[in-house]
Design a protein around this ligand. Structure first.
Ligand code: IMP
Length: 416
C-alpha cells in the first residue's frame, strides 16, 4: 500500500493530525517527507498538548514506524538537531532504524537564510524566511551542499563559493570557517541517520512494506501549479513524490486534505478571502496563526473551484475534510463555486496571479448549525445542516469525502 497525503489548499489543512491518525489507524511501516524543509509545521496532539514537527516526518511519533527524509527536502541541520533533542525530552528515541535521511538531500546554510531575507526586500512573497527558496535555487544552480558532501574533502570550498556569491550579489558578509565548523558539528550528531533512502524505499516497497508519503505546504503553493510567484520553491503536489524520493509510484492512493474553509499565510491571490471582522472572527475561532512563524493566517470561505482544481492536479482518490467544528455557530456559510472574469465564467485556474486577483467569485449559501460537533463520532449524528454542507462539498468536488475531522485530538474524527 502506497498512500500520498496532499494538501489541497494553501497549506495548513491539518495534515499533521490526519497523517498521525492514518499511520496509527492503518499501520503504515514507513512515512516519507519528500519536499520542503523547516517552513512546514505539522501539528500533532501528544499527551494533551500540541507538538509541532518541522522537518521530521510525522511517523516519528509512532513506535515501530520508520521515518524517511527524502532527497527532495532541504534540511536545516541546526533545526534538525533541535527537533531531535525536543523529541528526546518527550521520551522519543530515534535510532537509525527509525529515522533515515537521504544522502542526496540539500542542506540549508546561513547563506540561504540571509539570502531569503535579502530577496524579500525586493519582491514580497511573504516567505517563512527559513532559507527555502535560496536552498532550492542553489540546488538548481548546482552549487548546493548535500548531505553526502560532508564526507568529502571539498565541503569547505563549496561553502566558500556560496559565501562568495552572497557577498557578490547581496553584499552579505559571512564567515565560511564558522559555517563549516557549526555545520560539521551538527552533521556529526545526525551522521548515523544518513543513507541512500531511494534504494532503501525501493527495496522496502518490493518486499511489501506500506509507505505513506507526507507532503508539506499545499497544492496552491506548488511552484508549478500554484499561485506563482506566491508559491514555495518545491512541488508539494503528487508529482513531487517521484522526484523527491526516487520511488516510481505505481499502485498508489492519493488522499487530499482540505479544511472546511480556506486559509493562506503570506502574500498572493486568495479569491474567497474574508477581509475585516468576519475573517478575523474565523481566524480566532480556528486559531489560525502560523505554527512556525506565528503569523496570522488570512481566512476565507471554502473555494470549491480551487479545491476541484487541486483534486484534478493530484488525482485525489478521496478527501479528508478538517476543522468542520470551527464552522459551528456560523449563521450562514458560503462556498465559492466558480470564478468569473469580465462577466465570463472561467473553465480552468488562471496562470497569472494578477488575473486571479481580478476574478469575482460566484457563491452558494448554506444554513449553519449551532450544536457543537466535536463529540460526534458518526456522520448520521451530525446536525442536518452540517451533513448537508459536507454532502454538498462532496457533490461539488466529485470525490468521496471519507472522513471529517471535528477537533484537534487524533480521535476527534468521523468516518463516512
Ligand atoms: P517559503 O516556503 O518560506 O519560501 O514561503 C513561500 C510561501 O509559502 C509563503 O507565502 C509562505 O507563507 C508559504 N508557506 C511556506 N510553508 C508553508 C506552510 O507550511 N504552510 C502554509 N504556508 C506556507
Amino acid at each position: 500500500m502506497q498512500t500520498v497525503v496532499i494538501g489541497l489548499q494553501w497549506g495548513d489543512e491539518g495534515k499533521g493530525k490526519i497523517i498521525d491518525y492514518l499511520v496509527k489507524a492503518a499501520g503504515y511501516h514507513t512515512v516519507v517527507r519528500y519536499q520542503g524543509g523547516p517552513n512546514a509545521g505539522h501539528t500533532v496532539r501528544y499527551n494533551g498538548s500540541d507538538l509541532v514537527l518541522r522537518q521530521l516526518p510525522t511517523g516519528v511519533l509512532t513506535c515501530g514506524v520508520k521515518s524517511v527524509m527524502g532527497n527532495g527536502m532541504v534540511i536545516d541541520l541546526g533545526v534538525l538537531v533541535e527537533e531531535k533533542n525536543e523529541l528526546g525530552v518527550r521520551g522519543f528515541t530515534l535510532d537509525a532504524s527509525r529515522l533515515v535521511i537521504s544522502d542526496r538531500a540539500h542542506v540549508i546554510l546561513p547563506s540561504h537564510l540571509e539570502m531569503d531575507v535579502w530577496e524579500e526586500k525586493s519582491r514580497t512573497v511573504g516567505t517563512t524566511k527559513k532559507g527555502i527558496g535560496p536552498a532550492y535555487m542553489t540546488k538548481a544552480q548546482r552549487t548546493g551542499v548535500r548531505m553526502c558532501d560532508f564526507a568529502s574533502s571539498d565541503l569547505r570550498s563549496k561553502i566558500d563559493l556560496l559565501v562568495e556569491r552572497n557577498k557578490f550579489f547581496a553584499g552579505i558578509d559571512l564567515d565560511p570557517a564558522e559555517i563549516f565548523d557549526k555545520q560539521s558539528h551538527w552533521y556529526e550528531i545526525v551522521k548515523s541517520y544518513i543513507a541512500d533512502t531511494g534504494h532503501l524505499l525501493r527495496q522496502e516497497i518490493k518486499s511489501g512494506s506500506s509507505v505513506l508519503f507526507e507532503s508539506a505546504q499545499g497544492t496552491m503553493l506548488d511552484n508549478d501549479h500554484g499561485t506563482y510567484p506566491y508559491t514555495t520553491s518545491s512541488s508539494p503536489t503528487v508529482g513531487g513524490v517521484m522526484i523527491g524520493t526516487g520511488v516510481p509510484l505505481r499502485h498508489h492512493k492519493v488522499v487530499g486534505i482540505a479544511k472546511a474553509y480556506t486559509t493562506r499565510v503570506g502574500e498572493g491571490p486568495f479569491p474567497t478571502e474574508m477581509k475585516g471582522a468576519d475573517g478575523a472572527l474565523l481566524r480566532d475561532l480556528g486559531q489560525e496563526f502560523g505554527s512556525v512563524t506565528r503569523r496570522p493566517r488570512r481566512c476565507g470561505w471554502f473555494d470549491a473551484f480551487q479545491v476541484r482544481y487541486a483534486v484534478d492536479v493530484n488525482g485525489a482518490d478521496e478527501i479528508i475534510l478538517t476543522k468542520l467544528d470551527i464552522l459551528s455557530n456560523q449563521q450562514k456559510i458560503w462556498v465559492g463555486t466558480g470564478y468569473m472574469l469580465n462577466g465570463v465564467a472561467l473553465e480552468s485556474m488562471p496562470a497569472s496571479a494578477s488575473v486571479l486577483d481580478q476574478v469575482s467569485v460566484s457563491y452558494k449559501k448554506f444554513d449553519g448549525w449551532t450544536t457543537p460537533i466535536s463529540r460526534v463520532r458518526k456522520f448520521k449524528d451530525f446536525p442536518d445542516n452540517a451533513k448537508k454542507y459536507v454532502d454538498a462539498l462532496e457533490r461539488m468536488l466529485d470525490v468521496h469525502i471519507s472522513h471529517v475531522s471535528v477537533g484537534k485530538e487524533t480521535e476527534e474524527i468521523v468516518t463516512r
